[in-house]
Write a protein that binds this ligand. Structure first.
Ligand SMILES: Cc1cc2nc3c(=O)[nH]c(=O)nc-3n(C[C@H](O)[C@H](O)[C@H](O)COP(=O)(O)OP(=O)(O)OC[C@H]3O[C@@H](n4cnc5c(N)ncnc54)[C@H](O)[C@@H]3O)c2cc1C
Length: 441
């Protein structure tokens, strides 16, 4: 395994469990992790609580090639994740939204359980071991990869740096689980793409996803920082609607965040990167059109004719947000509701339902939870995660071109692909002697 994130630890454990079931000489399973600490990303996930999966997971929760995603999820679904965590001694609880967390509310429980199972299975974990090259080693065979990790005789050379020295490891199977580019300080800096390109893979353009969005300076966001509320976001590219979703939005000192923004971000980011004229529209009245909002304002005016518009709207929205929207519509918050003329009322109705957020950019890799793009799923066999480009190579986790929405879906992808790759790597070696060797150079 190269990389001891969620996918790497899952792959190592499932490989170890598969090997333990066999009567043959146990396979030697080595995990090389570039960072000095294992599990940094898991520890910060879900606000430190680690949202390990979701009650209901389907291919619709992901962006990427539908058929392989559906098959991977069918092979290891959310129930399998629940059973697996139970077997690791981690009890899970379901929140109202369907998200599953450890009952301890601590991501540490998850990391500790994964590491304990690795230790019990005799898996070698090397930290501070950064892999710098992957190549077909002498004695390795063909370019063509067969199901389950390629032909049984494949040999691969793994070069890594550790403790100021360069080391080489000769192996029959390598599972690359180096993640994408999100949160590079945890060690996931995109170096895995270079490793697999050297073995014939391609990598699509990559972009930050599940990422907060930065709004133009001077827009009212900074006045609202800390306020969150239900919202609907619509993304348009070249005047065509490409996404609409609702959920909780959080105003911040730089712009907007919160689940609905994070989920919408990949659509804005990718369309913007393509050079499309991109627009993000906010509705603070989810599900309502400008005409609905106009009718609502008229009925509120009939109910409370003398109340100021500021007070009337504060009955529906956080007060500071109501004020900001009234100002955006050029309406004085002190205006009595019944005195709002037709034109300003229609302006206000549009500000309530179709306010254009002046997005300048996404907040970048340091704040993105996941990577959009990666190694195309067509380049792996989705039954085993074996590379179709290089014998002996398998891939799992975020390095692949698949990203999920907020809610535990990205970890589900990591566990499921780790399960398939770990199990297949060992199964494809059956009948062979383990021949890995660690040789400092
Ligand atoms: C702040 C934050 C919160 C998140 N919260 C959630 C959540 O609650 N639920 C959810 O489902 N998802 C969440 N995610 C997304 C989820 O964490 C990732 O999708 C998932 O961890 C990906 O797992 P991975 O193993 O593929 O990659 P990673 O977790 O990125 O692990 C890759 C590992 O490979 C190592 N590595 C990289 N290159 C090399 C190299 N050349 N040599 C050796 N080692 C290398 C890295 O150091 C790293 O440890 C969150 C992400 C972030 C950033």
């Amino acid at each position: 395994m190269i990389g001891a994130g969620a996918a790497g630890l899952a792959a190592a454990i499932f490989a170890g469990e598969e090997a333990a079931r066999s009567d043959e000489r146990p396979a030697r399973i080595v995990v090389l992790e570039g960072a000095n600490r294992i599990g940094a990303k898991i520890l910060v996930s879900g606000g430190g609580r680690c949202n390990v999966t979701h009650e209901r997971v389907s291919a619709d929760d992901f962006a990427g090639a539908r058929n392989p995603i559906r098959n991977v999820l069918a092979a290891f679904d959310a129930d399998a994740t629940k059973r697996w965590f139970a077997s690791l001694g981690v009890a899970l609880k379901r929140e109202e939204t369907g998200k599953l967390f450890p009952v301890s509310d601590s991501a540490r429980t998850v990391v500790d359980a994964l590491l304990a199972r690795c230790r019990a299975l005799g898996i070698e974990l090397h930290t501070g071991a950064r892999v710098v090259a992957l190549e077909r080693a002498p004695g390795g065979s063909g370019d063509d990869a067969a199901s389950g990790g390629g032909d049984a005789g494949a040999h691969l050379g793994v070069t890594y740096e550790r403790g100021g020295r360069t080391h080489e490891l000769h192996v029959r199977r390598v599972i690359v689980t180096t993640g994408g580019r999100s949160l590079p300080r945890t060690g996931s800096d995109g170096s895995g793409y270079v490793l697999v390109r050297a073995l014939g893979h391609t990598v699509t353009d990559t972009h930050p996803a599940l990422v907060p969005l930065v709004l133009r300076r001077g827009f009212f966001h900074a006045d609202l920082r800390g306020i969150s509320h239900d919202a609907e976001l619509t993304t348009l590219a070249n005047a065509r609607r490409i996404d609409r979703r609702s959920g909780s939005l959080l105003w911040t000192h730089f712009g907007v965040s919160g689940p609905v923004v994070l989920d919408a971000s990949r659509h804005w980011v990718l369309a913007h990167a393509r050079g499309d004229a991109t627009q993000l529209r906010l509705s603070v009245l989810p599900g309502k059109t400008p005409d609905d909002a106009d009718a609502l304002l008229q009925s509120l005016a009939r109910e409370r004719p003398r109340a100021s518009l500021g007070r009337v709207l504060a009955g529906l929205l956080p007060e500071r947000l109501a004020d900001a929207l009234l100002h955006a519509a050029d309406v004085d918050p002190a205006t009595p509701a019944a005195q709002l003329a037709r034109d300003p009322r229609r302006r206000l109705a549009r500000c309530l339902t179709e306010l254009v957020l002046p997005v300048e950019r996404d907040r970048g890799w340091d704040f993105a939870e996941v990577t959009a793009g990666g190694v195309p799923l067509a380049e792996v066999d989705y039954r085993t995660m074996a590379s179709r480009k290089s014998a002996g190579l398998l891939l799992a986790g975020e390095i692949l071109d698949c990203d999920g929405r907020i809610g535990g879906f990205n970890f589900q992808w990591a566990w499921a692909t780790g399960f398939l790759a770990g199990r297949a790597a060992v199964r494809s070696l059956r009948g062979m002697q383990s021949s890995s060797s660690l040789t400092p150079r």
